[in-house]
Design a protein around this ligand. Structure first.
Ligand code: NDP
Length: 444
């Protein structure tokens, strides 16, 4: 494989999809050496078949808003690769959603799911529908209409969607209700369901908790832990909230959170009571992070990211490309020793380069945030068995999966000087399993 040529071809065939190109480039640059040790891979043109999704569904979603106006949005499902299990990956509802973004997420998901060791292929979907400012009735009408198209493409052994940005328990519930009505089946086709109808304990917490379990493993390699460490977190949604909760449990201090409007800086630390306020503000009232600064009289910075604030650990948990080269420089100058990504691809290539050149601990999302999909996989297992595991059982399995992913990264990513390149480790480990499965299944 010539990685540069593969990437040029993809850019020519699929122009105007920069995030997809960015995700592919990162993976190719790290697996090229390993790939080229296997001439049989090239003979089977494995790389094109791995980079290009199996199929993409695109559809119009029509719904009626509260004023009686007819609205249209686009809906998508990218089924990227099912070599090791049914397609699996979240649905994102956000105004920025387009095919290129979903292709990057689906591509990443293939490697992430492989790393979990559970039998799950990779997919992703969503819509440019923006839930912010919409009433609950509007969200329900939209999600029902979305499912009217999506249902025929998914199923417990075909494709199992979950949540992502803009899709939480409420949206999954509405979609599951419509799916059930259309198919007349009660199966585990969506994950992130409510506990009353097949959801798994720890699923809401899983991505944030998993990121912290991974971070703890990284810190352990340096003989340290989180006690007394100052953490900067971005986002204030599902992943950020439970990352913050686990930081508190592990003895760290959270000083920032953000949303798409700006960030708050609380030098005293966001304690349990303040975090409860944020959870209520965000999950119940769907308010803005600015309101926290008003409540607790601390700094709020409009239109900026939190990476200029001094911290030991940075946990980007909002969205892609939210931490650039300049931010990375600021973090390093301020003494940051570890970055673990709760979000997908939050660091730009320049930022990753800066972290790795400085040889600090840096974990890419596909390793550090794999806990979410891992517990989704456990939810699928429980649904198939028609039973549910206790909180302690699921949490123990999550912790063990994150430790195994860390171990795989160390195995495949340790460089000659002992530095662990977690990007390389995650990509090579995730890739090899999928590649072997694809080879065994012939040219399809
Ligand atoms: P939520 O919708 O619950 O929260 C997203 C948070 O990020 C909100 O605070 C939101 O602010 C902020 N945000 C979203 N878009 C932007 C943007 N363009 N610029 C700045 N801030 C933004 O989503 P999740 O917490 O579920 O997801 C966060 C990240 O984690 C995503 O990258 C997702 O792909 C990834 N992830 C999620 C998993 C899960 O299980 N949920 C699993 C693995 C990864 P606002 O409220 O203003 O929109």
């Amino acid at each position: 494989m010539n990685a540069a040529k593969v990437l040029d071809d993809l850019k020519r065939r699929f122009p105007n999809e920069p995030e997809y190109h960015q995700a592919v480039e990162e993976v190719l640059s790290t697996i090229e050496e390993e790939y080229n040790k296997h001439p049989e891979f090239d003979k089977a043109n494995l790389i094109d078949r791995l980079c290009i999704p199996d199929r993409v569904y695109q559809f119009r979603v029509t719904w009626v808003d509260d004023k009686g106006n007819v609205q249209t949005n686009m809906g998508y499902r990218v089924q990227h690769n099912n070599a090791i299990g049914p397609y699996k990956g979240g649905l994102r509802f956000h105004s920025s959603v387009n095919l290129g973004i979903l292709k990057f997420l689906a591509f990443e998901q293939v490697f992430k799911n492989s790393l979990t060791t559970l039998p799950m292929g990779g997919g992703k979907g969503g819509s440019d529908f923006h839930p912010r400012g919409k009433s609950a009735a509007e969200v329900m009408r939209f999600t029902q209409s979305f499912m009217l198209e999506l249902w025929r493409h998914i199923g417990p052994d075909i494709d199992v969607p979950a949540g992502d940005i803009g899709v939480g328990g409420r949206e999954i519930g509405f979609m599951y209700g419509m799916y059930k009505k259309l198919t007349r089946e009660f199966t585990g086709t969506l994950t992130g369901k409510g506990l009353e109808y097949g959801g798994s304990l720890i699923r809401p917490e899983a991505t944030g908790y998993g990121t912290l379990y991974f971070l703890m493993e990284m810190l352990k390699t340096k003989g340290t832990d989180l006690k007394g460490k100052v953490c900067a977190i971005s986002g204030s949604g599902n992943v950020a909230q439970y990352a913050a909760e686990k930081v508190l449990e592990l003895g760290g201090k959270v000083v920032t959170l953000s949303d798409s409007d700006g960030y708050i800086y609380d030098p005293d630390g966001i304690d349990r009571e303040k975090l409860d306020y944020i959870m209520e503000l965000k999950n119940l009232y769907r308010g803005r992070i600015r309101e926290y600064a008003e409540q607790y009289a601390c700094k709020y910075v409009e239109g900026a990211k939190p990476w200029g604030e001094k911290c030991d650990v940075a946990l980007p948990c909002a969205t892609q490309n939210e931490l650039n080269g300049d931010h990375a420089k600021q973090l390093l100058e301020n003494g940051c020793i570890a970055v673990a990504e709760g979000a997908n691809m939050p660091s730009t290539p320049e930022a990753i380069k800066a972290f790795q050149e400085a040889k600090i601990l840096y974990a890419p999302g596909k390793a550090a945030n794999a806990g979410g999909v891992a517990v989704s996989g456990l939810e699928m297992t429980q649904n198939s068995y028609r039973l549910s595991w206790s909180r302690e059982e699921v949490d123990a399995k999550l912790k063990s999966i994150m430790q195994n992913i860390h171990q795989a990264c160390v195995q495949y990513g340790t460089e000659e000087d002992g530095y662990v390149n977690y990007v390389k480790g995650a990509n090579v480990a995730g890739f090899m399993k999928v590649a072997k499965a694809m080879m065994a299944q012939g040219i399809v």
